[in-house]
Design a protein around this ligand. Structure first.
Ligand code: TXA
Ligand code: MG
Length: 340
């Protein structure tokens, strides 16, 4: 056990905390930092030893590569090479923001960042604190700052719950506004490919990448030993300890179904909360997919504490940011879907 430094950003301590986080990172340490999507566990992308500590603290499989975070487009050529012009068009449109591109890697970054692949994922976060720390240190390799398998952390408290005593520091900032991790695309194949849906929607991607292909791992369970485009897709993810099911149907069908079940809890929309008469937690408004994205991970953490036997989650639509929420929930439910 080590002591995890809590770096606060109150008036007067902002500069000091940013400098401290940057110093820890420059000295080979690891620090959890806020981004607009989820909190990340950051290490220098040049320091193999620090990156190994990240894998260890999370309990993350070594073959699951990390995203490198930059604060300035000029840093891109340090990280990636043979960059297609489409990548610059995407960067222009979606950075800073919840958008990650997989490109060919350079030899400058540590081997462990890529988990054995010859590619690297890069993004520029839309969060001033994150960018200030990068600017004071270097590009940062950072996965989500949760224990591997747990829901991603959208508050500093989530990070502390999972990683206190296992990492050098945590920057205590506000809750993440997007709430689901970034959209990941690959520009390394013959066609642009969506590997993970996120804050930037398929509809937005199509404006720059009209022929983007949605990888089948986005909505279906990878088969055993199947080679997946994004290693993260094959692992158990976001899963509460309680038995979880994703349920598709109208508000009335969902309410009727859960009301007849025993020893369970419903995760529902604000609009239908009134017609559900068992234990329930709402994760936002069905009319506002971004509210579902913002709340989904903290609700998955809460629901696990209720001591029920089963969790039934009302599935969102797959349009807009709803696709990203659906993608996380179907994993939380280990691909068990009940269609009413
Ligand atoms: O919003 C986010 O992306 C957050 C914040 C902290 O930036 N980060 C995040 O990192 O979600 P992580 O490690 O939890 O997820 C990264 C995903 C994984 O599914 C991983 O397999 C994939 O990106 N990935 C990373 N490098 C890749 C590569 N070279 N090729 C294919 N997939 C890659
Ligand atoms: Mg993660």
């Amino acid at each position: 056990m080590m002591i995890t430094e809590k770096l606060r950003l109150d008036k007067g301590s902002y500069e000091e905390s940013i400098n401290r986080a940057a110093d820890i990172i420059k000295n080979g340490g690891i620090v959890a930092i806020p981004t607009e999507t989820v909190y990340g566990l950051a290490a220098s992308c040049y320091c193999d030893g620090a990156i190994k500590k990240v894998f260890e603290a999370k309990g993350r499989p070594q073959d699951n590569p990390l995203i490198v975070h930059i604060s300035d487009i000029k840093q891109l050529s340090e990280i990636a090479c043979d960059i297609p012009s489409l990548a610059f068009e995407c960067a222009e449109k979606f950075w800073p923001g919840p958008f990650t591109m997989v490109l060919k890697r350079t030899d400058k970054i540590a081997k462990s960042v890529s988990g054995g692949l010859d590619t690297v994922a890069v993004r520029m976060p839309d969060n001033q604190v994150a960018r200030d720390i990068i600017a004071k240190s270097c590009p940062l390799a950072a996965p989500s700052a949760n224990l591997s398998g747990h829901p991603s952390p959208t508050t500093a408290d989530h990070v502390i719950y999972d990683l206190d005593g296992k990492i050098d520091g945590v920057v205590i900032s506000s809750d993440c506004e997007v709430g689901v991790e970034s959209t990941v695309i690959s520009l390394c194949g013959d066609k642009p490919r969506l590997l993970r849906p996120g804050g930037i929607t398929v509809e937005q991607l199509k404006e720059v990448l009209p022929d983007i292909v949605v990888d089948k791992a986005v909505l279906s369970e990878p088969q055993k030993d199947e080679k997946v485009a994004s290693p993260g897709m094959k692992y158990k993810h976001y899963a509460p300890d309680t038995d979880t099911y994703l349920v598709e149907g109208t508000a009335e069908q969902f309410a009727e179904f859960v009301n007849s079940q025993k020893d369970c809890c419903a995760v529902c929309f604000d609009e239908e909360s009134g017609i559900i008469n068992i234990k329930k937690l709402s994760y936002g408004s069905i009319a506002d997919e971004s509210s579902l994205a913002r709340n989904v991970f903290s609700v998955l953490r809460k629901v696990d504490k209720l001591g029920v036997k089963k969790i039934y989650i009302h599935a969102p639509s797959k349009s807009g940011v709803g696709l990203a929420v659906y993608n996380r929930l179907i994993r939380a439910a280990a691909f068990r879907v009940i269609s009413l």
